[in-house]
Design a protein around this ligand. Structure first.
Ligand code: BF8
Length: 672
């Protein structure tokens, strides 16, 4: 049976399903062009200069962001921080996780001592655990559906349905095909791509009742999962199972519900996210160590600036090709620009930085600020972590918001129905639209503060091994000798509950001072990049032993391992270290941390770290405090099940002590 990858969105009168375009497509304006700037400004611009100064310094530690934030405060252009303030005070029942609006018998809140059950009879434990499972399933679905889009592209490349992508790493294609039990002898890369793409798409169903990449975990770790009954049976299967359990009248036992949360998260980390990472490497190249630059100052005042924002490299990789098209370059010059400057933001930015060295503007809370530089012709987005308010911000400037995923059309944006089959034509149309918008820029409004910071990126596991001479053995020896006390994966987002980037940077600095190597992904890594911690020179901030290791290898003490789906690289690193030592993952001197997390995806990441045996410290309290049994299970009880647990510690210095104590305990248990 032929695999039909997707249906084209029909309600925007774009090309028919399955039809491949021959001409550049035209965008469709979603709803209507927003022109809300004056309205917003009238509402917001009431601050006196002293208050502006205070707010700017309270909101971020990103020095390049501060002047832009100041401009937005001065002009009354709304940002995430303003909306956050307007949402205060938060509902205390929502904060505690004890409100439920899942069905129309409610909504319900648990208000002791009398209102201790919702209309259906659910108590605080059930309501809190159901809410948490919902978060995990949502995050897992987001990562895994992203992985599916990448696997689908591999399949389309293999079956010849798209000519706009190639196989960039045939060696990895062969290696992973063999891992999936596919015979590779004498087969061309295209045939392997079709077979592997098909096999990976099958991982989403439930035909095998297990996932191939789980076999990468140490046997002893897998046995823990089997014993607990949390081995994932299929990627989609676990998300659907979770959604079933949160339906009223199904899940009634908070322990059962939380165990399903762990299983669903494992289907993300060792399933959908790992597929996303590995296939992206096959298609676009396995990252190697490279240099680039970071922060808002990577924008160029004399160039057309285009930012890609979101997560899926299937879009951003082809935009890279389109901006290099001589026709597009000539067009930019025709409009008076020196060239086209492509910059990245958030995770799709990390994908491009890791593989192509494309400069990065910033992380989650920078996304509105980049528009306010006045120098951005287009913000091209796919999905996840994209503020729906971006067209409002853009209406105060000339920036075009260009959406590209039928799952994530945004009112006020210009929408292109992007698909792998005709990716390049669409990418060219997008770049053309951005270039033609250069003439609308007001040079008086351009504000690009400061200088870009150099960064070193591209630390895939393959690149780390290469730097170590071909295997992880030197790293294991350094850990055994105590030169590196252990490793911590610092991951996750920005969250307006915490001063922008401050949690990431304070924790990272404390840990490297204690000779603990930091491996980072997502917005945490970008925070470190902007703060200068992804430079080899940052070794001077590390403890003496780690400093000496970094100086001899000419690497930073903080390694950028990629986007959020690339947390799967951290799982693989942990698995390889554990397999080399013949121990389960939970015995390693490692930990995880998410100092500024906000997203459902981050909940899933935290859950699969812990389920895999990695102690994880959160800087933001999840909405679970209304159920002491749930809190106790996650922070203590899980130790008896998966030999790892969560802690919540907003103070980065105290968090570093928790982590360092944990690492030293693990070292003692290992006898090193
Ligand atoms: O997946 S770290 S704010 S950009 S969710 Fe989002 Fe969080 Fe950033 Fe990427 Ni991850």
């Amino acid at each position: 049976m032929e695999y039909i990858p997707h249906e084209r969105i029909t309600n925007y009168q774009l090309p028919m399903e399955g039809c491949v375009m021959t001409e550049e497509p035209k965008p469709q304006l979603i709803r209507e062009k927003l022109d809300v700037c004056e309205l917003d400004k009238a509402r917001m611009a009431i601050l006196n200069p002293a208050l502006i100064e205070q707010k700017k310094n309270e909101r971020t530690i990103d020095e390049n962001a501060k002047p832009v934030l100041e401009l937005m405060l001065r002009e009354g252009i709304e940002t995430v921080w303003d909306r956050f303030e307007m949402q205060q005070p938060s509902c205390k029942y929502c904060l505690a996780g004890t409100s439920c609006s899942r069905c129309t018998m409610g909504p319900c809140r648990i208000i002791p001592p009398n209102r201790i059950r919702g209309v259906c009879g659910a108590d605080a434990d059930l309501i809190v655990s159901r809410n948490l499972l919902d978060l995990i399933a949502t995050g897992s679905a987001a990562h895994s559906d992203h992985g599916r889009d990448i696997a689908e592209t591999l399949y389309l490349v293999g079956t010849g349905k798209t000519k706009d992508y190639t196989i960039s790493d045939p060696v990895k294609l062969k290696r992973i095909s063999e891992e999936f039990g596919i015979k590779t002898d004498g087969k061309k890369p295209e045939q392997l791509a079709a077979e592997l793409g098909g096999a990976m798409l099958d991982e989403y169903g439930m035909r095998k009742n297990t996932l191939q990449f789980l076999n990468r975990a140490p046997k002893a770790t897998r046995e823990i999962w089997t014993k607990l009954g949390i081995t994932p049976r299929g990627i989609d299967r676990e998300v659907v199972d979770s959604m079933h359990r949160v339906q009223m009248g199904v899940g009634a036992d908070y322990v059962n519900i939380l165990l399903q949360g762990l299983r669903t998260s494992l289907s993300d980390g060792w399933g959908g996210s790992m597929i996303g990472t590995e296939v992206s490497d096959i298609l676009f190249g396995t990252p190697t160590i490279k240099s680039s630059t970071m922060n808002l100052a990577v924008m160029k005042s004399d160039h057309v600036n285009i930012s890609v924002h979101g997560h899926n490299p299937v879009l951003s990789e082809v935009i890279v090709k389109a901006v290099a098209d001589p026709e597009m370059k000539a067009l930019a010059q025709k409009y008076g620009a020196k060239g086209i400057n492509l910059v990245g933001m958030c995770c799709t930015g990390s994908e491009l930085l890791m593989r192509k060295g494309v400069p990065m503007t910033g992380n989650h809370l920078n996304q509105e600020l980049i528009i306010a530089t006045g120098a951005l012709e287009a913000m091209v987005v796919d999905y996840q972590c994209i503020f729906p308010s971006l067209p409002r911000t853009a209406s105060c400037f000339h920036t075009l918001i260009i959406s590209t995923s039928s799952k994530a059309t945004i009112p006020g944006s210009y929408f292109f129905d992007f698909h792998a089959e005709d990716a390049y034509l669409t990418a060219k149309a997008i770049v053309r639209m951005a270039v033609e918008n250069f003439k609308n820029r007001n040079p008086q409004r351009v504000l690009i503060p400061g200088e870009p910071v150099p960064v070193m990126s591209g630390f895939s596991n393959e690149a780390i091994k290469n730097a170590l001479g071909g295997s992880f053995k030197p790293l294991i020896d350094l850990i055994a000798a105590g030169k590196i006390r252990g490793a911590v994966g610092i991951v996750g987002c920005n969250n307006p509950h915490i001063k922008h980037d401050s949690g990431h940077i304070a924790l990272t600095k404390e840990l490297i001072k204690k000779n603990i190597l930091c491996v980072e992904t997502g917005c945490a890594a970008i925070a470190s990049g902007k703060a200068g911690l992804l430079r080899p020179e940052a070794a001077s901030l590390a403890g003496n032993d780690l400093r000496a290791v970094c100086e001899s290898l000419k690497i930073p003490p903080v390694l950028h391992m990629g986007s959020c789906v690339d947390n799967s690289r951290i799982l693989v690193l942990a698995a390889e270290l554990a397999n080399a030592l013949n121990v389960p993952i939970h015995k390693l001197p490692i930990a995880g941390a998410a100092p500024e997390w906000y997203s459902q995806k981050a909940v899933s990441i935290g859950a699969y770290f812990v389920a895999s045996g990695v102690y994880t410290v959160l800087g933001v309290m999840p909405h679970i405090s209304g159920s002491p049994p749930v809190v106790s299970l996650l922070t203590e009880g899980l130790k008896g099940a998966v030999n790892a647990s969560f802690s919540v510690e907003p103070d980065p210095v105290k968090a570093s002590v928790l982590i360092s104590d944990h690492i030293e305990r693990k070292r003692t248990e290992l006898g090193i």
